[in-house]
Design a protein around this ligand. Structure first.
Ligand code: PLP
Length: 414
């Protein structure tokens, strides 16, 4: 039997492709441990976008001149790259939006606004980012439906049995969860949840904002009905995200935003909608941003998503081991092999913002706060945590710098 050798990436070599690391911060080498917040960008994306603006920029789908054709093929080429990345059946199902938040709002308003009513329930988990929580809470309340949460255990795994309890008294119409948690780093085993959601007649909405940068996300293998991702977390520019949805659902929905480009015909008595994906892409598209996302996808494919995932598991294991040496630290979340490159922690008796501020003086960038997960913070019984997060360009020395910084924090508060 052939032995499968795990793919490996060379983070040190990749790091040289990211100009941001060419500087010092506060006189120290930059340890950028905030990639779950947003990722840094390689030259291939930065230079490619500049070249696009310099040679191929015009509005798309609206003119016949050479530049318009170049720009349109740049945008549509990026759509095809997204389709391939997500293994979507059809590029028409790939809707360009500003970010994952907008994608999830689109589903909540355009699907939820017409399909939810009294007696129905929308179910999320305690571990959702506010982007996959607040739109559902709002639309459920507006439609007179129930908004309910599955509890999670200390690894971040949701209690599936609660879904059946909810289904006894409600028509479960939506189950919406993340694939990878931005706060605990948990990589979820979605199959049982998706299967149960579908048995109950619900749609399954997957927030893959934190998953798509780090692992292969296959919309058909997940069996999801909608999947949302953000470009800026996966080496692409900000201002571009993707909502993938099953064609028959997208076709059955009303548009979300109205105006130019999304119409078929406009008369005073009646306006008809354009075909997919244009029906959901009102106004001028994020043209160069979509092109840049396509370049980022090329980059990730070249590095290899399997190699990125393996690198992050290694870094998570290393970080959990090294951080465990720091006196008075509390680590949250599952074992390293169950998590992406995210480690949340607190230092006993020290506010997370103080920790992050002192680390910044050491050139270490982490995030402190509720990470847009206030329901999780309530569950953990804290107002905030510190979070270090890693990506394909993260090297173990950055984690060492974090650990040294935390010892310095301890001394300040001794
Ligand atoms: C799990 C998860 N979902 C959704 C989002 C929202 O992404 P954006 O702010 O790009 O819309 C984030 C961002 O941190 C996230 O981590």
């Amino acid at each position: 039997m052939a032995v499968k050798i795990p793919a490996k990436l060379d983070a040190r070599a990749l790091r040289r492709e990211f100009p941001i690391f060419e500087q010092e911060i506060n006189g120290k080498p930059l340890a950028y441990l905030d990639s779950a917040n947003t990722s840094q960008k390689p030259r291939q994306v930065l230079d490619g976008m500049t070249r696009f603006y310099e040679t191929s920029y015009a509005n798309v789908h609206r003119a016949v001149h050479v530049l318009a054709e170049r720009a349109t093929s740049g945008l549509e080429g990026a759509r095809e790259k997204v389709r391939a990345l997500l293994n979507a059946p059809d590029a028409r199902e790939v809707i360009f939006v500003r970010n994952a938040t907008e994608g999830l709002n689109l589903v909540a308003y355009a699907w939820g606004g017409n399909n939810l009513g009294p007696g129905d329930a929308v179910v999320v988990t305690e571990l959702e980012h506010h982007s996959n929580f607040v739109p559902w809470q709002y639309i459920a309340n507006r439609q007179g439906s129930e908004f309910l949460m599955l509890e999670i255990d200390e690894n971040g795994d949701p209690n599936l049995a609660q879904l059946d309890e909810i289904a006894r008294d409600h028509n479960v119409k939506v189950v919406a969860t993340n694939l990878v948690s931005n706060s605990l780093g948990t990589i979820h085993e979605l199959a049982p949840l998706v299967a149960r959601a579908h048995e109950l007649g619900a749609i399954f909405v997957c927030d893959a904002a934190q998953a798509a940068p780090h692992m292969k996300v296959d919309v058909q293998a997940i069996g999801a009905d909608f999947v949302a991702v953000s470009g800026h977390k996966m080496c692409g520019p900000s201002g571009i995200g993707v909502l993938w949805g099953r064609a028959e659902l997208l076709q059955s929905m009303e548009p979300f935003l109205l105006g130019g480009h999304m119409i078929n015909s406009v008369r005073v008595d009646k306006t008809t909608w354009g075909e997919l994906p244009h029906k959901f892409e009102a106004g001028t598209s994020p043209i160069a941003e979509a092109y840049g996302l396509g370049l980022a996808i090329d980059y990730l494919q070249e590095v290899g998503l399997d190699a990125i995932e393996a690198h992050e598991h290694e870094l998570a294991a290393y970080a959990l081991g090294r951080l465990g040496e720091v006196p008075g630290i509390k680590l949250y979340g599952p074992p390293a092999d169950r998590r992406a490159g995210v480690v949340s922690f607190n230092m006993e008796g020290i506010h997370p913002h103080d920790v992050a501020q002192i680390l910044d003086l050491q050139g270490v960038a982490i995030r402190a706060g509720h990470h847009c997960c206030q329901p999780l913070m309530q569950k953990l019984g804290v107002a905030a945590t510190n979070r270090a997060s890693f990506y394909l360009y993260t090297i173990p020395e950055e984690i060492d710098q974090l650990v040294e910084g935390l010892h310095a924090v301890r001394k300040v508060f001794a």
